[in-house]
Design a protein. Structure first.
Ligand SMILES: NC(=O)c1ccc[n+]([C@@H]2O[C@H](COP(=O)([O-])OP(=O)(O)OC[C@H]3O[C@@H](n4cnc5c(N)ncnc54)[C@H](OP(=O)(O)O)[C@@H]3O)[C@@H](O)[C@H]2O)c1
Length: 297
C-alpha cells in the first residue's frame, strides 16, 4: 500500500482507456475509487475487476454534460464519503475534420464534454475537494495543445479551452492549498481515437509514439504522487512541447520536413472530405445528452 490508502479518488471517464487504467492503478494502491461515465455496463466491468483484485471501487453513472446530473452525483458522493482527495477529469469526445467541413453539432458536443463537463464537475465537486487532505484536481489535456496538426481544430480547441481553465483555476485555488495538475499525453491507443489513428487525417510524424493506456496511467499516477503541475507524456516530449509553445510555427515546419509531400497530402485529404461531406455528416451523429432514466436501464 502507499500514500493513497483510504483516499477518495474520483475518475471521470473511468470506464475506458486511460481513465480505466488509472482506476485500476489507484485502487491497487489503496484508494477508494469512484468511477463516473455514462455506460453502466462498462463501469461495472471495471468495478468488478477492481473488486476481484482486492480493491475498493464504486460506479456512478452520469452524463457530465448535464449540470443537474453532476450536482446530484456530487451530493450522493458527499453523503457517502464526505470528501474527494483526487479528482481526475478524463471524459472526452474526439473529432477530426477540416474546418471547412466541420460538423458544428459534433464539434459543439466535444466542447460540451471536454470543456463544459470539466466546469460542471469542478463546480459541483469543489466543496468535497476542500474537505480532503490531498486536495488535487487533475485535468487531462493533450499534446495537441502545443502541437496542433491540421484537422484538429475542433478537438484541439476543446483542449485549449481546458488549458485556459487550468491556468486560471490553479491560481484561484492555490491560496487554499488545492493543486491543479495538467497532464498532456501524446496519442494513446484507446477507443477514443481508434476510428482515426493512422488514417490520413491523423498522420504521425516520426518520433511521435502511440502510447499504451497502462503506461500512460503509470505516468499520471507518478505525477499525482509527486504533485507535478504540468506533465507531458511521454516525458521526453516535454522539451518539444515547450519549444512548440514558444514557436508554434515549428510544428508545421516539422510536419512539412518529415512527412513526404505534406502539402499535397493535406490537399488530397480535404478534397476527399469535401466529396464525402454529406455521407460523413450522416454517419458521425453527435451524442445527445443521456437522460437519467436511460442511465438506470
Ligand atoms: N487517447 C488519446 O490519444 C489521448 C491523447 C491525449 C489526451 N487524451 C485525453 O485523455 C482522456 C482520456 O481519454 P481516453 O483516450 O482514455 O478516452 P476513452 O477511452 O474514449 O474514454 C473516455 C471516457 O469518457 C467517458 N465519457 C464520454 N462522454 C461522457 C459524458 N458525456 N459523460 C460522462 N462520461 C463520458 C466515456 O464513457 P461513456 O462513453 O460510457 O460515457 C469513457 O469512460 C481524455 O480527456 C482525452 O482527451 C487522450
Amino acid at each position: 500500500m502507499s500514500g493513497f490508502t483510504n483516499q477518495v479518488a474520483v475518475i471521470v471517464g473511468g470506464s475506458s482507456g486511460i481513465g480505466r487504467e488509472c482506476a485500476l492503478l489507484f485502487a491497487e494502491h489503496g484508494a477508494e475509487t469512484l468511477l463516473i461515465a455514462r455506460g453502466r455496463e462498462r463501469l461495472r466491468e471495471v468495478v468488478d475487476e477492481i473488486h476481484s483484485n482486492g480493491g475498493n471501487a464504486q460506479e456512478f453513472p452520469a452524463d457530465i454534460t448535464s449540470p443537474d446530473q453532476v450536482k446530484q452525483l456530487a451530493d450522493k458522493i458527499f453523503s457517502q464519503f464526505g470528501r474527494v482527495d483526487i479528482l481526475i477529469y478524463g471524459a472526452a469526445s474526439f473529432y477530426l475534420s477540416p474546418v471547412e467541413m466541420m460538423d458544428i453539432d459534433i464539434a459543439k458536443h466535444a466542447m460540451e464534454v471536454n470543456y463544459w463537463g470539466a466546469v460542471h464537475v469542478i463546480q459541483a465537486f469543489l466543496p468535497l475537494i476542500r474537505n480532503s487532505q490531498r486536495k488535487t484536481i487533475v485535468l487531462m489535456s493533450s499534446l495537441s495543445v502545443p502541437c496542433t496538426p491540421p484537422f484538429f481544430a475542433a478537438y484541439a480547441a476543446t483542449k485549449h479551452a481546458l488549458h485556459g481553465l487550468a491556468l486560471s483555476l490553479r491560481q484561484e485555488l492555490r491560496p487554499e492549498g488545492i493543486r491543479v495538475q495538467m497532464i498532456a499525453p501524446g496519442p494513446v491507443e484507446t477507443p477514443l481515437i481508434e476510428e482515426y489513428i493512422h488514417r490520413e487525417m491523423y498522420r504521425l510524424p516520426p518520433g511521435i509514439p502511440v502510447l499504451e493506456p497502462k503506461k500512460t496511467a503509470h505516468q499520471i499516477f507518478k505525477a499525482v504522487s509527486r504533485g507535478k503541475q504540468d506533465v507531458v507524456i511521454p516525458n521526453r516530449m516535454g522539451w518539444a512541447a515547450r519549444l512548440a509553445y514558444a514557436f508554434p510555427s515549428l510544428v508545421e515546419s516539422y510536419y512539412r520536413l518529415s512527412v513526404p509531400d505534406w502539402n499535397n497530402a493535406i490537399q488530397n485529404e480535404i478534397e476527399k472530405q469535401r466529396r464525402n461531406h454529406h455521407q460523413t455528416s450522416r454517419t458521425l451523429q453527435p451524442n445527445r445528452m443521456t437522460t437519467p432514466s436511460e442511465l438506470e436501464e
